[in-house]
Design a protein around this ligand. Structure first.
Ligand code: EPZ
Length: 433
């Protein structure tokens, strides 16, 4: 199993290009199950999670291939299979987003429940509520969601829960509603850029959806959807991670090929702590000097500060000039990185869904363990800023969501390498995503 060995303390400098969004590509690839004919999806990052989803699509009767230029071509050739197996779904939660397309087009689905994961319990009650409202009979059988819907009828659905809207839940319900009879109004939908990208993809295939980007989607069902060529949006979380890597190392980094409007909460936060930020519509640059002012930051649904950048932001605040407070409103237990950052000399105390961070002058390199995708990214950027050597173990987590991260960071001047560490043994199932 691979680990990263990082020699920290070098300011990152230069330009790095953003890849396509993982969390856009996965539901859009799942949505190709709804289409007659060939879909060509461009800008799909080369990630383990994408490979997992392609394996699931293959078992669900889709032919898929990756072209040399990276495009993914899909075509459904068999509408019979309806089962997404535990063995695959349990390795990646996002594979649950095949549920909506299966119910929508095949009117039957048997999809393994993804279960909890290291960032929290992560229920799927809202997905089920939405599908039931459309007329599907949904039950749980032997760890699987079994849904049957001889007819799907448009209706009004409220998709809010204890923690607000749901990103993949919105996607699942939307993907079922586009082929339902009549009009469906879905209220309190997530309006993350990835949800908008999925909705726009569906419109390009012939779906009728209004209200994209708002909290209410109005869907008028159609009978069929056709194949289409689509380019996924840039990955705002990857872009944010590189900007934070530039800032934490007190360097100067420009991220190109991103959509600045998608990272506006991060840019505002960076400005507030004293990082110099320049932005144009598709690129942003950060330059950080000596200190970081302390800050209170709370994760919220888009356009609030994203939970997927919380760990990386916390790494930066470890080097702040006072006491910072980070509150996690999406996943109250998403703090696995705290103990590892403390092993690097940080001073973080967790109280419920809040972390109090006493800024320290420096972090020191250590052996640390990645627990999930974004926590791993936080440890990597902490390692880049720390004095001495950091070993980040279990980097298979990071391979799920960051396309060629070592190449991109070394391109900015980072001193790090991937090392095969045969002594490490894989942990049990990991399924965040
Ligand atoms: C998506 O997960 C992302 N994954 C996550 O990114 C991201 O952290 C999350 O949205 C929030 O932005 C993908 O897009 C593949 P949610 P998702 O349903 O859709 C609760 C990463 O690192 N909830 O929007 O699973 C839930 O427990 C990953 O790339 C219910 O209560 O998240 C959470 O508290 C990790 N009932 C909140 O809603 C439900 O039925 C938001 O979760 C569904 C969710």
């Amino acid at each position: 199993m691979d680990k990263f060995v990082i020699e920290g303390g070098r300011p990152l400098r230069g330009e790095v290009r953003c890849s396509g969004s993982k969390n856009s590509a996965l539901p859009i690839l799942a949505a190709t199950l709804l289409c007659d004919g060939e879909c060509v999806i461009r800008g799909v990052p080369r990630l383990r999670d994408v490979d997992t989803l392609l394996a699931i699509l293959g078992e669900l009767g889709a032919e898929t291939r990756r072209e040399e230029n990276g495009d993914i071509v899909t075509r459904v050739v068999d509408l019979e299979p309806v089962t997404a197996r535990y063995e695959l779904v349990s390795t990646m939660r996002a594979s649950f987003c095949v549920l909506g397309p299966l119910v929508g087009r095949r009117r039957r689905a048997r999809v393994s429940l993804p279960g909890g994961c290291v960032i929290g319990i992560r229920p799927v009650d809202l997905h089920i509520r939405g599908l039931r409202a459309l007329g599907a009979d949904v039950r749980i059988d032997a760890g699987y969601i079994v849904a049957e819907a001889p007819r799907l009828r448009g209706t009004e659905i409220y998709l809010g829960g204890q923690f607000g809207s749901t990103v993949t839940g919105t996607g699942n319900v939307l993907m079922a509603a586009v082929l339902a009879e009549g009009r469906t109004v879905i209220d309190n939908v997530a309006c993350e850029p990835e949800v908008q990208d999925l909705a726009r993809f569906l419109v390009a295939t012939g779906a009728r959806i209004e209200g994209i980007g708002t909290h209410r989607l109005v869907v008028d069902g159609v009978k069929t959807l056709h194949g289409v060529e689509w380019t996924v949006i840039p990955d705002r979380i990857e872009a944010g991670t590189f900007l934070l890597a530039g800032a934490i190392t007190r360097g100067a980094v420009t991220v190109t090929g991103c959509l600045t409007e998608h990272v506006s909460s991060l840019l505002a936060t960076l400005r507030e702590i004293g990082v110099r930020v320049e932005s144009a519509p598709t690129q942003c640059r950060v330059e950080a000097g000596a200190g970081f002012r302390p800050l209170h930051v709370t994760t919220l649904p888009y356009p609030g500060f994203p939970t997927d950048l919380q760990a990386q932001m916390m790494a930066l605040l470890c080097l702040g000039d006072g006491i910072s407070v980070v509150t996690e409103r999406i996943y109250p237990d998403r703090f696995m990185h705290v103990a590892e950052l403390n092993r690097m000399g940080a001073d973080i105390r967790k109280e419920g869904s809040t972390a109090l961070i006493h800024g320290v002058d420096a972090l020191s390199g250590a052996k640390v363990m990645a627990s999930d995708l974004r926590a791993s990214a936080a440890l990597v950027i902490a390692g880049l800023a720390a004095g001495g050597e950091t070993e980040v173990q279990r980097v298979y987590h990071i391979d799920r969501g960051y396309d060629r991260i070592v190449e991109k960071l070394t391109g900015l001047g980072a001193c790090m390498e991937r090392v095969d560490d045969k002594k490490l043994v894989a942990s049990a199932t990991d399924s965040e995503g």
